[in-house]
Design a protein around this ligand. Structure first.
Ligand code: FES
Length: 255
């Protein structure tokens, strides 16, 4: 009998060129050990990392995503891209939770070019976490099809979240603790429920209807939602001209 193959996690690392990438380089030159399965994507600033990049990485079977930026308040750009990355990663983790993915699969750290040792340590710790979680979807009980569906639905929400970020989540804190506190607060929970969680169901329904027209009961069964909740979403989408009811087939279809 063939021996079970050892799980080798795939981790995508989005690293800022001006700091964390230098840290990775220094770790290599100094021969600090870190896992070979980190696939590095070098960016000019951690603020360039988009929610969509992360979901795309997971859709391409990354088991974990690591974002490395300059220390807070030391970003090389006046836009303070690393604060943007921190805010985006908080929102992303919450969204991952909502679609059934373990949020521990995403990590963000701030590392200077002189911290090769620290870079290796943080990547090793993250790699161990991902190793413990196993292949993406497995720990979460999502088969390949469900994982793909949930990631597609989450990606559909990205433009909506970008608008919200500008209007509702644009907090101007100076420290990581303040960000962690706000994004861990009940206030953020409420905002997230009202503005994003509601939209996710609408995006999931649209994805199902892209396949074929469906009655309310089938949509509810596919999404594990009460039929009354699905009716509410369908009524709203119908008022917005996104779906329509076909009385002949007694089904909803995309408008
Ligand atoms: Fe490094 Fe912005 S330049 S995080």
């Amino acid at each position: 009998m063939a021996a079970p193959t050892e799980f080798k996690p795939v981790i995508v690392g989005f690293l800022c060129n001006w700091c964390c990438y230098g840290g990775a380089d220094l770790a290599g030159v100094s021969r600090f050990q870190y896992p070979p399965h980190l696939r590095v994507i070098r960016l000019m600033c951690s603020g360039r990392v988009d929610l969509e990049f992360i979901f795309r990485a997971f859709a391409q079977k990354a088991d974990g995503v690591f974002i490395g930026g300059c220390h807070l308040n030391e970003c090389n750009y006046t836009t303070h891209g690393n604060f943007y990355a921190l805010r985006m990663s908080h929102i992303c983790r919450k969204l991952m939770e909502l679609v059934g993915l373990n949020p521990a699969r995403l990590n963000i750290e701030f590392i200077s070019g002189g911290e090769g040792n620290r870079f290796a340590e943080l990547v090793n710790n993250f790699s161990e976490t991902i190793h413990g979680l196993g292949p993406i979807g497995t720990e979460e009980g999502l088969d390949a099809q469900s994982l793909h569906f949930q990631l597609e639905a989450a990606t559909k929400l990205v433009p909506h979240i970008k608008l919200l970020e500008r209007e509702r989540f644009r907090v101007q804190f100076q420290t990581r603790q303040e960000y962690d506190q706000f994004f861990g607060s009940e206030e953020f929970d409420r905002l997230f429920r009202e503005t994003i969680a509601e939209k996710l169901a609408t995006a999931q329904i649209a994805l199902l209807l892209e396949e074929k027209p469906l009655p309310t009961g089938d949509i509810a069964a596919a999404l594990g939602l009460p039929p009354a909740a699905v009716s509410r979403h369908l009524n709203r989408s119908s008022r917005q001209g996104l779906v329509r009811y076909d009385p002949g087939q007694q089904c909803y279809t995309l408008a």
